[in-house]
Design a protein around this ligand. Structure first.
Ligand SMILES: [Zn+2]
Length: 201
């Protein structure tokens, strides 16, 4: 069965589910014009339930960590929120103020990523595309400059982004972007249906 038909059959959840919430002090108020969504891995283990997400909330909650991201996803298909989309998180050095950051519980070295976690990440990409116009395509960055807006890995940002290598070569970027496009399409459709109903009253 194709992805699109699968999505229709199971009436999927299209919005991310925030199951753990904190407010990281590692942020600047406000932000620039969002051009990128940046994919990261936490370099930590997934645990059943929200223990992993609560761990991230507490890690980013300490000012000594000197890092943060807007959200984090796990392989239960749940999320943590640690910095508001209205503020700048500290996740990719020179690109912080033009990007939104997604941490994902897992390791750069891992070869497989769980479907639930990838779908939850895709829901954030769909939401941010909807709200901020970040295109659902691979972003391109060269020499510290955004050449094409879109979705990037932390590694793609190179030295200007802090010189990291996450989320690793086993990470399925294309598949996640494909899921995100479907979620975005479903969100539009659900909203349109809602508006139609309202119009008839
Ligand atoms: Zn990273």
């Amino acid at each position: 069965m194709g992805l699109r038909r699968q999505l229709h059959k199971h009436r999927p959840r299209v919005k991310p589910h925030v199951a753990a919430r904190g407010r990281s002090p590692n942020r600047y108020e406000g932000h620039g014009s969002y051009l990128l969504a940046v994919l990261h891995s936490t370099e930590g283990w997934n645990y059943d339930g929200t223990a992993d997400l609560r761990g991230i909330v507490s890690f980013f909650g300490r000012s000594s960590t000197e890092a943060s991201s807007q959200v984090c996803t796990d392989d239960d298909g749940l999320s943590a929120r640690t910095v508001s989309d209205d503020d700048t998180a500290w996740h990719c050095a020179g690109f912080n103020d033009v990007s939104l950051g997604i941490e994902q519980i897992g390791f750069t070295k891992q070869r497989r990523w769980s479907r639930k976690e990838m779908k939850e990440t895709a829901r954030w990409l769909a939401q941010w595309s909807h709200e901020y116009g970040i295109p659902l395509r691979r972003g391109i960055v060269r020499g510290g400059t955004v050449v094409q807006s879109g979705v990037v890995t932390h590694k793609q940002l190179g030295v200007a982004g802090g010189g990291h290598t996450d989320p690793g070569s086993g990470y399925p970027v294309r598949r996640v972007i494909r899921w995100a496009k479907l979620y975005r399409a479903l969100r539009y459709r659900q909203r349109r249906r809602h508006d139609n109903h309202r119009g008839r009253r």
